[in-house]
Design a protein around this ligand. Sequence first.
Ligand code: GLC
Ligand code: CA
Length: 562
Amino acid sequence: MGCALKNGIVYQIYPKSFCDSNGDGIGDIEGIISKLDYIKELGADAIWVSPMYPSPGYDNGYDISDYESIDPSYGSMRDFERLIEEVHARSMRLIIDLVVNHSSDEHPWFLEAKSDRNSPKRDYYIWKEAKESGAAPNNWGALFGGSAWTFEEASKQYYLGLFSSKQPDLNWANPQLRQEVYAMMRRWLDMGVDGFRMDVISLIAKPADMEDGEIGQNGFHDPRTRAAANPKMNEYIKEMRSEVFEGREVITIGEASGTSLEGALILAAQDGSQLDMVFQFEHMDIDGGETFKWNDCAISISKLKNVMAKWQQGMHGKAHNALFWNNHDQPRMVSRLGNEGSLREASAKMLAACLHMLEGTVFIYQGEELGMTSMKFDSVEQLRDSESINAFEKYTSSGEISKSDMLRFISLKSRDCARSPMQWSSEYNAGFSSGMPWMDINQNYSEINAQEQLSRDDSVFSFYKELIKLRKKYDVIKNGEFELYMPGDENVFAYFRKNEDSILYVCCNFSRNEIDFSVPEEFRNKAAVLLKNYENSTYTESGKLAPFETVIMLSHNVSGGE
Ligand code: GLC
Ligand code: CA
């Protein structure tokens, strides 16, 4: 794999909200280049930029109408080439998004496919006859609402879109389509791109049968788990390896929604036969409920611990984890599990410690390193995300959820929570743009911003830097075995990492209260505290953890000596 990344740090940029250089309210490549020193200062080894290809923008760029260019709102191809150079000049790598489960319905392939049943492009997508009644071929639902099938008037067939009708699924069973994708990937690599974050790659091979399935909360069947379990996908990935990655050093990260641990062990196997690492989402879905995520269910700490333990232990020595608390699809973790008030910084640091001391490659989503909080919404006009807007309409029009509750749930769970512009300074528009931002800026920017964070050595930003340094320094963080300490405790997530010569102890209080929590035997008196988030911590002597306190300790095994 891109070996350097095995213990590395990837910084995720959501370009539309990162930094706007020309005042049109939309972040751009020039803006990214102007902040590369900032990302380097944090300690990142690589940058993953969410899609910047031309797109109608129904899903903010995850609906691509041209795989070969840069959307003019972000800049030109020349700007992109300069971005590659500037990233490399700082010894970092550039990872781009590969979105090939689906294209936009405005991609020329689809325009041609839908206008002519006999076009060779027709089979690049998935078409089915209507049922005799005229109804859709089966009961599958689209993630952003409604049926996964859309009737296309001109050619009188339905096409499949697992996300939305604006994102028709590509037909990976067609070898010519696959060759087009591989050729496109090679062109980006030839330009100097270092790797791909592969959007919902687990879904590219559709379920072997296209039968009806069990109906879920939204009135449709969710075919994603079945799709993710289709072994055809692994064949396509192996083919991609030999067609695209052979003879090059490419970083490959699969977004594997719906993938089980068993599936991930194959897809991210350490033998390098498929992908370097996968994102799994089990820990993100713990607070789901009857109405999908539109509720105020909270994450249970004991469940979270068990899910994390299952993946840490299950993957150890066999496959590679991609670790994350945040991305552009999730509300911010500091708001979800931490605290937005006076304990914001303490809780942001505790969450970071908990994640960074695990085995895997750590992903940091823009603003996370500042302790940025989830954006809140008091009107539907402020929303930009199609998933949230569609859900608002669906649940409020059926009367199932009131408007005010729905806005509250959206402020807790929406993808837009993490998409508000990056808070650079306390100046106009948080220093993000001199114009009218495409999305509202969180008004807490006067307090929470990069400029302020960089000015203090006890800031969240500084704490992230420390964690990153620890990862580089200690082998036990890279390869130690994971073991939960006091697994039954409902408030504290504590664990060990053990290798031949040391034991790392990571203790994280997820509660806003002071908690009694015994110090493990081998850490009483003799262990070194590597990092903590309370200057005056008394934990090692008193066994008391302050609200959201975290302590990281290292002890050398007797055999390893001091
Ligand atoms: C992935 C992306 C998400 C997008 C979806 C469809 O989950 O992260 O933002 O909407 O795929 O492309
Ligand atoms: Ca701009």
